[in-house]
Design a protein around this ligand. Sequence first.
Ligand code: UD1
Length: 422
Amino acid sequence: MNMQQLVINGKNKLQGEIEISGAKNSVLALLAATVILNGKTTLTGCPELSDVYSTCQILTSLGCSCKRKGNSITVCSDDIHKSDIDHSLMMKMRSSILFMGALLARFKSRPCEVFYPGGCPLGDRPIDIHISALSKLGAVITENGGKLICKAPNGLKGADISLMFPSVGATENIILASVLAKGETNLSNCACEPEITDLCRFLNKCGAKIYGYGTPNIRIVGVEKLYGCEYKVCPDRIETATYMGCAAVTGGELILNSADTSSMTAVVPVFEQMGCKIYAREHSILIAAPGQLKPVKNIRTMPYPGFPTDAQPIVMAALATAGGTSVIVETIFPNRFGQAAELVKMGADIRIENDVAIISKSGGLYGASVKCHDLRAGASLVVLALACEGKSILSDIYHIDRGYECLEQKLNAVGGDVVRTY
Ligand code: UD1
């Protein structure tokens, strides 16, 4: 935690090109996966983020070697000797729970100890789906004062697993645990997010046999061993949506290079309904915004390929500048509207009723002192601050640093006025 702040002067039209970084949620899963590999792995396109740093700290604490050079991280887990992770490291982010599946696959009958994970405060975030699925593979998981003691006394064995909800993390945990299990695992109703596709592609490159990823039904045929490889992390679709929001609220025109257009199919139409013109190429997106955004009445967050919950706060900020009333329904996380009260401080007109947000035409947007409630809530404050008259001061920006590489440099290079104070 730190006392740094972002000072943003709004009303500058953003114009130019931004390079999209590798996906945070992908690289965290790929790094956890290195625990089950033999030999060296080099991941390229790793964004410089505090969550990536924390994940490397977990790997190092287990005895893995983990070296960063520019945007590449090389990991070797051959000398891993510890099978437990400290509470303080587990609490740094939600994805630390992926080490549960990875450690089980690596150590099998030797007990591993982890804790309930931390992460953004998005309401209750249970791990019951993770635990019940891993149990089906032969894991025995017991809890002792917040500590989770996991082992697979008879090794892990493939199973048929149907998820009651397509949880992203649970799908990743099952994949990590089953790639080295004996026999075949058939997963149904699993998550289809691009970060899961990235994990499966990576593991297949390491020798795994995973079929059907990117669909709700994944088949995994267990193999004896997996070997490290070189792999490029997929582009960050939420960072892409964030800069689309920044262009939209400033009447700007941005080209987002290295974006993965195919993962933006639910987000692009929302910006088009706001009145933005979008030209998508395979690896770049051009967004040109009108002077005044139009409201959008029917946004509903859904598992992929639906509209992503992580882009919801960002789109809410954009719609706070629109000339009419918009409606967003949040179906993935209960009460994921931590940004709303802060956006209101900047003049946004937002009413929350349970899982529905009603965003009306603002009477005027002006810079204010606001606090980042969580990662994407922080990003939404950046978006609205860019549209405000005058200066906004954002505090608790360590949330933003978990997920945005070089945010102020990227925005300033296209005409923004964003300064970090220490
Ligand atoms: C991941 C992403 C996060 C994104 C979310 C949904 C990472 C590191 N994080 O989080 O940015 O917002 O997907 O796209 O990749 N649930 C249960 N029991 C469980 C697991 C989940 O009830 O065992 C519920 C959650 O409380 C939530 C919903 O399922 O309401 C979705 O959670 P999940 O898909 O698991 O999200 P994460 O993997 O935590």
